[in-house]
Design a protein around this ligand. Sequence first.
Ligand code: SAM
Length: 288
Amino acid sequence: MGYNEQERAFIEWYPRGYGVGFKVKRRLFETQTEYQRLEIYETEGFGKLLVLDGTVQLVEIGEESYHEVLVHPVMLAHPNPKRVLVIGGGDGGTLREVLRHDTVEKAIMVEIDEGVVEASYLYLDVAKDLLDRLIKKEEPRAELIIGDGVKYLRETGERFDVIIVDSTDPVGPAKLLFSEEFYRDAYEKLNDEGLYITQAGSVYLFTNELLDAYKAMKKVFDRVYYFSFPVIGYASPWSFLIGVKGDVDFTRIDLERAKKLDLYYYDPERHETLFQMPRYVRKLLEGQ
Ligand code: SAM
């Protein structure tokens, strides 16, 4: 079946002309927010697609391949994560996964762009009910703050057990979320035993950004780990960096708590296999 011009392969072109493609049926929404161009498409077989400044953020079918690995390894490695901060994550998927942990007493999500929250609530089936409760301030264990995560973390008096950065890539408003100064603020706002995780971009296509972030985190955190994971919608294995404060052992997780989660992509019983990274990238990281 041919596609008319409205229907087109949605190709996210990376610098090297390599990218991920979704066949789209039609565009459902587009706007220019204060921070970025926001588009939502209906795809052929992957549900709806959220795009920011031309970059795929998520597809409804498969978004858990990102949100599970961003959230559960750190939440299960921390002995008792009660207070959690999410920076970015305006679609609600990350906070949805955080609130699956009974230990959580208070989660705060700081998203700079209200337009992302509104569009995600109106068009996406990722965390619609949760976003509705957040907007109405009816979620007992979580709060949505519309603001810059950099400013919030510098100024807040709150302390956290886990900080999760679910941001766009290190350009524009997200750029400073990958800076040594921001990592120092994060370290200070973690409790004595704390974990920090950030998405760190495409392993193959943004290797330099990954190396820069790893080098900066190593100057700040007591220990830094990395792993990569195949994320549906992203053009290559996606990298994640974890900063540790205090004695938390990120190589060990609470399997009893993991059993309650019934996960689909992240495999807690094989947590030790999570620490995958293509050999040349591992050697570059170890050279930092
Ligand atoms: N959760 C999605 C996924 O599956 O990959 C993508 C992440 S989410 C849509 C990225 C969010 O980070 C965007 O909504 C963007 O507005 C937000 N963001 C970027 N810079 C930020 C900052 N400095 N403070 C808070 N939020 C920021």
